[in-house]
Design a protein around this ligand. Structure first.
Ligand SMILES: Cc1ncc(COP(=O)(O)O)c(C=O)c1O
Length: 457
């Protein structure tokens, strides 16, 4: 048997024997070549052979990995609590979930919207029957007017979705084919990464700096391979809270035109108009798909969102939507539309925005010496850890002290390495007192130094 095939067989046997685990990275080709005393070309052929047999997969620019269950999403879960809005009976203060601050108005407003539907026979008739796939005209008009009211641009066709995640998934499934390359910030929203895996796409992470996505790095990638689509959260990256500078937005849209890729813009993590830059939808309406949702401003349970798409793809998006779910449930969309056309929505959003500002400031004051990052009225605080501390260790210590935070791993795009940092959602604790308690515990853990046992040589 030729040498390369022997090596490929060896890889296959090691996988069967459990010595190589799903997702594990194979050694760089040069290292293995040196170790086995063969040429790099032999290893390249061996890896290609192993790939053809479906044992491993090579990822652009990052190496060769043992095939795992590409669709598994264990890093993208929503740990829900028995009671709503982050009121957690276990006593754990959960700052890992991106929730708007609690207020009983949320329940009152939903009740009011549902009650008004109950008393309206025409609305009940509408809600009990099938509607147009992209949403009925009245709903689309109400949602479009609301987007304008919140200061978002409107362009192309508006599609009613079952939330932001659905909008992202629809775009990926409609505009890409399995195996194609999609790019995003090196750290990005885990739900996007999960949707990428489910669509069997190849993700590539683009470095981020203080001005957002490094568009020069993206341009260099385009010289080698043009991604089909680039995903961005220009006003508050999740998890780092970085917003893109105006210059980067211009650069990105110019690059998209030059290389003809789609831009997927996500505004689900809401910031008020004054805190946002120019939307990519405004800069490049012909190639931008814009995702928004009621989840962070009204309620995650409504499962209602909007997707704005260029007219030339609206039919394709509509047919994907039909294939997935026919339409967003008209009852939920009707409840949303009643809520957003009442003064309740503005009141809740205004209160939440000022509460988030209070909470951000509080976290910034308390954690100042650790240089937290966040937006003035944003939902998350990103905390790079001091030299020598690891996210997994800090996460475990906090967990046992009753505070749950997010580690960076699930936010990593493709096989980008994870920095040592944690993300805190300031809106998630039920009360300001809980937030203070959590901040005390975080300070205590950070000041305590590394106390993790080491049990390996
Ligand atoms: C950036 C971003 N996009 C999309 C979503 C998903 O939104 P939805 O809950 O409406 O599906 C989230 C949820 O946290 C998010 O943070």
């Amino acid at each position: 048997m030729p040498r390369y095939r022997q090596i490929a067989e060896g890889i296959g046997n090691a996988i069967t024997a459990g010595q190589l685990k799903a997702g594990e990275r194979l050694p760089p080709q040069r290292h293995l070549a040196d170790a086995l005393g063969v040429t790099v070309g032999t290893i390249t052929r061996a890896y290609n052979e192993a790939q053809q047999r479906g044992w491993v997969q090579s990822r652009v620019g990052s190496g060769t990995y043992v095939h795992g269950d590409e669709t598994s999403g264990s890093d993208f879960t929503l740990l829900t609590h028995e009671s709503a809005d982050g009121d957690n009976p276990s006593g754990m203060i959960d700052m890992s979930l991106s929730f708007a601050p609690y207020h009983s108005w949320r329940h009152d407003s939903l009740r009011e919207a549902l009650q008004s539907i109950c008393h309206d026979p025409a609305a009940i008739a509408m809600a009990s029957s099938y509607q147009a796939d992209i949403g009925n005209l009245a709903h689309r008009q109400a949602l479009g007017a609301w987007l304008e009211h919140l200061g978002f641009p409107t362009s192309g066709s508006l599609v009613v979705t079952q939330g932001g995640q659905h909008g992202l998934d629809l775009c990926l499934r409609t505009l890409t084919r399995p195996g194609e390359l999609v790019a995003a910030d090196a750290l990005t929203y885990p739900g996007f990464n999960a949707a990428v895996r489910h669509a069997y796409l190849k993700p590539v992470g683009i470095p981020l700096d203080t001005e957002g996505m490094d568009v020069d790095a993206l341009a260099r990638l385009c010289q080698r391979q043009v991604p089909r689509l680039v995903y961005v959260t220009p006003d508050q990256n999740n998890p780092t809270s970085i917003s893109m500078s105006e210059e980067r937005r211009e650069q990105l849209t110019a690059l998209a035109r030059q290389h003809d890729f789609w831009l997927l813009e996500d505004h689900v993590q809401y910031l008020p108009r004054e805190d946002r830059g120019t939307s990519l939808l405004e800069l490049a309406p012909e190639r931008t798909l814009h995702v928004f949702s009621t989840s962070k401003v009204l309620s995650g349970g409504l499962r209602t969102g909007t997707l704005q798409v260029p007219d030339r793809v609206s039919q394709r998006i509509a047919s994907s939507l039909r294939a997935e779910t026919w339409m967003a449930p008209p009852l939920m969309v009707e409840a949303t539309c009643r809520w957003i056309t009442s003064p309740n929505a503005d009141e809740l959003i205004a209160w939440q925005t000022s509460e988030q500002q209070y909470r951000q400031q509080r976290a910034f004051e308390r954690l100042a010496r650790y240089h937290p990052q966040g937006q003035l009225r944003g939902s998350n605080v990103w905390l790079p850890l001091p030299e020598g501390r690891r996210s997994s260790e800090v996460h475990a210590l906090l967990d046992s002290a009753g505070v749950r935070v997010s580690t960076p791993e699930p936010f990593c795009t493709g096989s980008e390495p994870a920095p040592q940092a944690i993300r805190l959602c300031v809106g998630a604790p039920r009360t300001r007192e809980q937030l203070d308690r959590a901040l005390d515990i975080i300070l205590e853990v950070l000041e305590s130094g590394d106390t993790s046992p080491w049990n390996t040589l």
